[in-house]
Design a protein around this ligand. Structure first.
Ligand code: BGC
Length: 785
């Protein structure tokens, strides 16, 4: 309607100006005329209209503001504005990593628009199963397409630099290979439906504290080997339609305005031709509202660096751009290149194809997909005396922990999904035929309800969607009641829950470390049950790493279930009962102590209460690269995870012992236990370190077997290229696989090396020469081995 008024007004101007109406109608149309012709026909205002997003009409269920376009998909985070005169339609972007985030209900509309809440990023990655992730991506992609959305604002693959990052749950790993391969599979799955993804947040967005402006000081080597490598893999392998730049600065420049990041690395070295958009309000330290005309990001710098689209777009940004276009202070060629990339993107969308979306994705089928995916991401951390699988359904289970009764499906913020339902642990276990102690249940249910209502009210009053998340206190347990329950029931199940989300990092005490109430619960329940010779099983319903070393000896089994999506309770029950054998392994280190992480000295930066600067002094020694190289023993190491069966590794073969350009590694894995299961196989390489210091070993490939029946074997093979073996050598601005002896280490985890074999490289191989980039803007010593 608003557009029509615009067109009428325009036609009137044309007639009055002596131009015939038919001429105005002949403006070049997208899809018919060439892109150059369409761009040449644009006024400065129209260019700004396309390069600056239209705001966030309808986000969070809001009615569009005056002057904002009507909303096609309520709750979507944004999109590009349309220009009817040139036949350019608006398209729709919606969050996020765990599934499509849109409003499930619309005014005067009896239909619902629920989406499936899939497992969070840490859970998906812990499966190490790229085929499975592609299937999850396909299911998500169908929901994106059938709800009329063009781009899903996901996957998110920033590195877990530190366990306290509030958004680690959305991300995959402390290792860039895992992050990159999981993200590739995810993108492939979604884009198989001809809808887009937005790989985010590019790059070095590793904390939420002061995320809009914190300056991350990172060495070029750490950028290239750790913080960019996952993006490089995903972008080169899966060709995401779009990329979202990070909020933070890197070495003094906003990521969204960084020539090094966008021009040199992304476009020039990696050859990326797709659309780059900012994160929401990215590129300046603060904003008032979309209609605020006073504060704008430096749109000239952003566009000239190749950040094509400013999201969600503000009036101030539009004004600044129109001014620059009119006074010639912006490089016209850069502007036109960005316009072209936006138009090229639009041409690929289902919107342009006039796809008739059904608003009825197959939610039932996707519930099965998420139920299954969640079980593959579960990590069995401890299973003394084979407590699990727990098959005794005749006695009762005494279930403790608030979270058991209000299981957490996923994190908060833009990574949250509006699912139709979510299955609690109690519902899952009951559904699987277990009998739950009803006294405990009737005490917990009202307690949890009351405490949760209080917490929701607190959040509402403290920023709503972006408020920090606080855990509700554990229900106090009476000693006599515990003694009674230990006698009457067969086993104790305790759930420890954690949640987090955008804008806030997690805290060291009462979050990374258990709270006193939780310690007390574990202590008293364990004492009471062990006194009766009964076992205690802990379920971790968490999104990121917590401390485990101080309490793990007190319990018999620990199942890391993660935040397992809307079918979480059923997924846990499948593993608990042995219907599914857990096959997940950790994609990050669980340290003994928070301060064991070298980044702890530098997180979230300085000054601590309001960090403006963060120094990545640990360099490339992130996660296991640090723990293994410096001999720091973790509670559970990178790559660790148990199974209900056992596996034997044999027949490690290298295609050559003298590497020239490619190496094939193969290894045979046999299920030597009594039940069927899958095994994650990790290929680490230790490299010579003359040209630069190196970690004791780095993950270079991984794979997962099919379901192996007892006695069954599978041979997995992996190809390694010179680039895979290379390190970034600063002095040469190149990836070099240096000469010397390398050791291939096949691990069941990063510390559990099963087989080893050496090969050599005769002369240094320059796998790739690159440009100098990311000069430090402040002095910084980085950790060396
Ligand atoms: C988040 C992005 C998200 C965007 C749109 C930002 O706050 O950082 O990950 O895609 O909002 O909701």
């Amino acid at each position: 309607m608003k557009q029509n008024i615009k067109t009428v007004a325009l036609s009137l101007v044309c007639v009055l100006g002596g131009i015939s109406l038919s001429n105005a109608q002949k403006a070049p149309q997208l899809g018919k005329a060439s892109l150059d012709e369409v761009i040449a026909a644009m006024t400065a205002e129209e260019k700004a209209e396309l390069l600056i997003g239209p705001g966030m009409p309808g986000y969070a269920g809001l009615v569009p503001l005056e002057g904002e376009p009507d909303v096609r998909v309520l709750g979507a985070a944004g999109g590009n504005a349309g220009i009817e005169r040139l036949g350019i339609p608006e398209t729709v972007f919606a969050d996020g990593p765990a599934g499509l985030r849109i409003q499930p209900k619309r005014e005067n509309d009896p239909n619902t628009y629920y989406a499936t809440a899939f497992p969070v990023g840490t859970s998906l990655a812990s499966s190490w199963n790229t085929q499975l992730i592609e299937e999850v991506g396909k299911a998500m992609g169908e929901e994106v397409k059938e709800y009329g959305v063009d781009v899903l604002l996901a996957p998110a693959l920033n590195i877990h630099r530190n366990p306290l990052n509030g958004r680690n749950f959305e991300y995959y790993s402390e290792d860039p290979l895992v992050a990159g391969k999981i993200a590739s599979a995810y993108v492939r799955g979604i884009q198989s439906h001809d809808v887009g993804t937005s790989v985010k947040h590019f790059a070095a967005n590793n904390q939420e504290s002061n995320r809009l402006s914190v300056n991350a000081h990172v060495s070029e080597r750490a950028m290239r080997e750790i913080y960019l490598r996952g993006f490089e893999i995903a972008i080169k392998e899966a060709k995401p339609w779009t990329i979202m730049t990070a909020y933070n600065k890197i070495d003094g420049t906003y990521a969204s305005a960084s020539n090094d990041l966008l021009k040199t690395v992304l476009r020039e070295e990696w050859g990326y031709e797709g659309l780059v958009m900012t994160d929401w309000f990215g590129g300046y330290p603060g904003f008032e509202t979309i209609t605020d005309t006073t504060r704008s990001s430096d749109v000239v710098a952003q566009l000239e660096a190749g950040n094509d689209l400013m999201m969600p777009g503000t009036v101030a940004q539009k004004n600044a751009l129109i001014k620059a276009l009119k006074d010639g202070s912006i490089d016209e060629a850069a502007v036109n290149a960005s316009l072209k990339r936006i138009l090229n993107y639009i041409l690929k969308t289902p919107t342009v194809a006039k796809y008739k979306y059904s608003d009825k994705p197959d939610l039932k089928a996707h519930a099965e997909v998420t139920r299954n995916a969640a079980t593959e991401g579960m990590v069995l951390l401890k299973n003394e005396g084979d407590v699990l699988p727990y098959t005794n359904k005749s006695g009762t289970l005494a279930v403790f922990g608030d979270t058991s009764y209000d299981f957490i499906a996923g994190g908060t913020g833009s990574g949250d999904v509006n699912e139709a339902y979510s299955v609690s642990l109690i519902e899952g276990l009951t559904g699987a035929g277990y009998q739950i102690d009803t006294d405990l249940q009737s005490a917990y249910v009202p307690f949890v309800k009351e405490m949760t209502a209080k917490e929701m009210k607190r959040r509402e009053e403290n920023g709503g969607l972006l408020a920090d998340v606080q855990r509700i206190p554990e229900m106090p347990l009476d000693k006599d009641l515990l003694a009674k329950k230990a006698k009457a029931s067969e086993v104790a199940v305790i759930t420890i829950g954690r949640n987090a989300g955008e804008q806030h990092d997690r805290k060291v005490s009462n979050d990374f470390y258990l709270g006193q109430d939780e310690v007390k619960m574990i202590n008293t329940v364990s004492e009471a049950f062990h006194a009766e010779g009964k076992k205690v099983i802990v379920i971790l319903n968490i999104g990121g790493v917590i401390e485990t070393a101080s309490w793990k000896d007190k319990v018999d089994a620990i199942l890391l279930a993660w935040q397992a999506g809307q079918e979480g309770g059923n997924s846990v029950a499948d593993v608990f009962s042995g219907v599914k054998n857990p096959s997940g392994k950790l994609t990050m280190t669980f340290p003994v102590d928070y301060n064991n992480h070298p980044s702890a000295a530098n997180f979230p930066g300085f000054p601590a209460h309001d960090p403006k600067e963060v120094f990545y002094e640990e360099g490339i020694y992130v996660g296991y690269r640090y723990f293994n190289t410096f001999g720091v023993k973790p509670s559970y190491e990178f790559g660790f995870g148990q199974s209900y069966t056992t596996f034997e590794y044999a027949d490690l073969k290298l295609s050559t012992t003298r590497f020239t350009d490619e190496l094939e590694v193969s290894v045979k894995v046999t299920n030597t236990g009594a039940v069927a299961g899958k095994e994650v196989v990790q290929v680490y390489v230790a490299a010579p370190a003359q040209l630069a210091d190196k970690p004791s070993e780095e993950l270079k490939a991984f794979g997962k077997t099919e379901v192996l029946e007892p006695g069954q074997s599978e041979t997995l093979s992996f190809k390694l290229t010179a680039k895979d073996l290379a390190s970034f050598i600063d002095a040469q601005s190149a990836w070099v696989a240096e000469k010397g002896t390398y050791t291939v280490k096949i691990g069941a985890s990063s510390l559990d090396i099963q087989l080893k074999e050496d090969f050599t490289i005769a002369e240094d191989i320059t796998a790739e020469k690159v440009n100098n980039a990311f000069d430090l803007d402040a002095e910084m010593e980085t950790l060396k081995n």
